[in-house]
Design a protein around this ligand. Structure first.
Ligand code: 5GP
Ligand code: ZN
Length: 114
């Protein structure tokens, strides 16, 4: 497995406090939050971006969606609303090259995003 920063969190080389975890995904607070709630959900497999997912990875998509739903409820933004963002590659603004979903909430989001 590649030793990117998120893989190190999965492998516990870098300690984190998970706010949600199951056999397929791990979630934790973003180190540089851009909203009152800013959580990252990552698959426990080094997939670089949405562009690199295969049909065999669909179980991770389901797990990401389930985690997002659970986290929104846990952090009480499920009814007020939230946004899921998955930046992919350069034009998408991706800076960490291990697939992740941002779950953003706790404030009114703007559209279109920058
Ligand atoms: P991207 O720009 O790739 O969509 O998002 C990467 C996110 O990872 C950024 O929001 C950034 O703040 C977050 N991040 C980068 N390094 C760390 C870290 O060491 N710990 C945590 N919790 N978040 C990180
Ligand atoms: Zn990785």
């Amino acid at each position: 497995m590649s030793e990117c920063i998120f893989c190190k969190m999965i492998n516990k080389t870098i300690p984190i406090t998970p706010i949600y975890e199951d056999e397929l995904v791990l979630a934790f607070h973003d180190i540089n939050p851009v909203a009152p709630v800013h959580v990252l959900i990552i698959p426990k497999k080094h997939i670089i971006s949405m562009s690199d997912m295969t049909d065999d990875d669909s179980q991770y998509l389901c797990a990401l969606a389930k985690a997002a739903r659970m986290i929104a409820k846990q952090l009480d933004i499920d009814q007020s609303g939230f946004r899921i963002v998955a930046n992919a590659n350069d034009d998408g603004g991706q800076t960490v090259h291990h697939l992740h979903w941002h779950v953003l909430g706790g404030r009114r989001m703007k559209w279109p995003p920058g």
